[in-house]
Design a protein around this ligand. Structure first.
Ligand code: NAD
Length: 299
């Protein structure tokens, strides 16, 4: 079995790598946060000092990093994964990054005889904890077959979307809806609060019509509406995704006025100090700005 390298052990990478360890995969891991590495070592993973060491020791190298700049640096930069990976090895980037980043990394890897798969992750952090994530995969059929057992160790639903780059692009389409819905929900519940309506009854009505959505039904009752705004998925990362979406749409000449408006609503929430909170806390940001009581479920 390939040795699996795993770089980026944050809110998502930690449970994903942990689930692989528990399922018997052999892992060598790295994160700039030493505490995150210690946690994985307690599950029998081997800690590595840097990305170069992970690359040199692995057959498949997984990256789960915050953004395009960091993925470019860690994977394609000096002393990074591509420079140190063995020919015939394969990189699977699971971060949410720009299509340009994915395409550039895929090209560089191919030039060195290294396989590449983009496999961004759908669903919530709590699904990653339970090994119930959804993956959107771009890559050749051969590379897809090689990473499939790993994906089965971290999630329940795997979609092969097409060649390298199609996972990242599918993720942006998905996150446009998933993230923008938070702003729509925030406005709806702020208005409901201002009207003095009963929150439980309002939600009952919304869930009984086409107004309902996955955020309102699955994420919000478990997070902001019960007063838990720890991330999850931060408002900062959601803002990053909306920026990727607006920029990619502009480049492709697809007007997306809703995405642009949602991005600026997230900018406002960040400016108001909510950037490190769960993206469901968009309603707290709006209510705080408008002087409205935050919506909370009773009991
Ligand atoms: P996070 O900020 O919690 O974790 C990122 C990890 O990368 C941190 O542990 C950090 O220390 C590490 N890191 C940063 N720079 C590094 C470097 N140079 N070398 C090694 N490690 C480094 O973020 P997250 O929530 O785990 O998200 C990771 C990616 O997954 C993002 O692209 C995000 O958009 C995407 N994503 C997140 C969720 C979610 O619900 N949190 C869901 C799907 C996709």
């Amino acid at each position: 079995m390939d040795m699996i390298g795993f770089i980026g052990l944050g809110r998502m990478g930690r449970p994903m790598a942990s689930n692989l360890c528990r399922k018997g995969f052999r892992l060598v891991v790295h994160d700039v946060n030493r505490q995150a590495v210690d946690e994985l070592e307690s599950l029998q993973a081997r800690g590595a000092a840097n990305a170069a060491q992970v690359a040199a020791e692995s057959g498949i190298i997984v990256t789960m990093l915050p953004n395009s700049a960091i993925v470019s640096e860690v994977v394609a930069g000096r002393g990074g994964v591509i420079e140190n990976a063995k020919p015939g090895s394969l990189i699977m980037d699971m971060s949410t990054v720009s299509p340009e980043t994915t395409d550039a990394v895929a090209r560089l890897a191919a030039a060195k005889g290294i396989g590449f798969v983009d496999a961004p992750v759908g669903r919530l952090a709590e699904h990653a904890d339970r090994g119930e994530s959804l993956f959107m995969v771009g890559g050749t059929p051969e590379d897809f077959a090689r990473v499939k057992p790993l994906l089965e160790g971290m999630g329940t639903t795997i979609h092969h979307c097409g060649p390298a780059g199609s996972g990242t692009r599918t993720k942006l389409v998905n996150n446009f809806l998933a993230v923008s819905l938070c702003q729509m929900n925030a406005e709806a519940l702020a208005l409901s609060q201002r009207f003095g309506l009963n929150l439980e009854k309002t939600l009952e009505v919304l869930h009984g019509t086409t107004a309902t959505n996955g955020q309102l039904k699955i994420n919000w009752p478990n997070k902001v509406l019960k007063g838990d705004t720890t991330p999850g998925f931060t408002i900062d990362l959601a803002h990053k995704d909306l920026s990727l979406i607006v920029d990619s749409a502009n480049a492709a000449r697809v007007p997306m006025p809703m995405a642009a408006a949602a991005r600026e609503a997230f900018s406002t929430a960040r400016a108001a100090g909510f950037g490190s909170q769960d993206f469901s806390a968009m309603v707290d940001a709006l209510c705080t700005i408008a002087g409205i009581e935050k919506p909370r479920l009773k009991g």
